[in-house]
Ligand binder design. Structure first.
Ligand code: AP5
Length: 215
């Protein structure tokens, strides 16, 4: 099954993808984390992506599509995957459709997590992320058991550069202008399932799992 987890920055895509991947066995692919790892490692891709990621702008399509298709070609994605943060432009959506069609596959479902903008800003400004496994927390809404430490692997938590006020403003503006139009694209294709993301994490997970099971 090829599933896209769709939503604005802070909607809870990463949080829910971790849970869904555990429950369904689907491989979780997140382009944001692939870029952040490339930046940490100082690779050529990381150097090219860094200014875009830190300022909250989209990394150019040719870099993003190349990176995603390379990841998708790896053996663990043969049976499907859960895409988080991709596609974000019409060019990316088309490239994904074409790459899957070449293998006789297609996107099965697009799970759209809908959250009001004021809630998005509050979630992003309080987010803490695990350096090791990428699990996300919120200082008030979803705190770790021990301050500054990941519940899953015990590693240190950090605040992302792009969660500062100006990059957050920029990311939301980019989302509404370049990414949100994909909602209509997937709705027209009959693949969109909408879920209310303005609820506690476990309730959102249940709705997403129900949407996945729904034929
Ligand atoms: P990326 O890492 O994908 O960031 P994003 O889309 O902005 O999404 P976030 O990770 O900020 O939010 P999320 O929806 O995963 O929410 P989360 O679960 O963390 O991309 C970063 C950058 O990389 C981009 O700006 C761009 O530069 C580049 N990039 C990536 N993909 C690209 C692409 N395809 N094309 C071009 N460039 C690309 O939750 C947020 C907070 O809310 C957490 O604190 C969490 O604990 C809390 N929370 C979650 N759910 C709930 C809930 N139900 N109730 C209360 N709190 C909750």
């Amino acid at each position: 099954m090829y599933v896209i987890l769709f939503g604005a920055p802070g909607a809870g895509k990463g949080t829910q993808a971790t849970i869904l991947a555990e429950k369904t066995g689907l491989v979780h692919i997140t382009t944001g984390e692939l870029f952040r790892e490339a930046i940490r490692q100082g690779t050529e891709l990381g150097k090219q992506a860094q200014p875009y990621v830190e300022q909250g702008r989209l990394v150019p399509d040719h870099l993003t599509i190349g990176m995603l298709l390379e990841r998708l070609a790896q053996g663990d994605c043969g049976g499907g995957c859960l895409l988080d943060g991709f596609p974000r432009t019409m060019e990316q959506a088309t490239a994904l459709d074409e790459a899957l069609a070449e293998r006789g596959k297609a996107i099965d479902k697009v799970l759209y997590i809908r959250v009001p903008e004021a809630e998005l800003v509050s979630r992003l400004s309080g987010r803490w992320t695990c350096r090791q496994c990428g699990t996300v927390y919120h200082q008030r809404l979803h705190p770790p058991r021990q301050e500054g430490r990941c519940d899953r692997c015990g590693s240190e938590l950090y605040q992302r550069e792009d969660d500062k006020p100006e990059p957050v403003r920029q990311r939301l503006e980019v989302y509404w202008r370049q990414t949100a139009p994909l909602i209509d694209y997937y709705r027209a294709a009959g693949k969109l399932r909408e879920v209310d993301g303005n609820k506690p994490v476990d309730e959102v997970s249940e709705e997403l799992l129900a949407a996945l099971a729904d034929p």
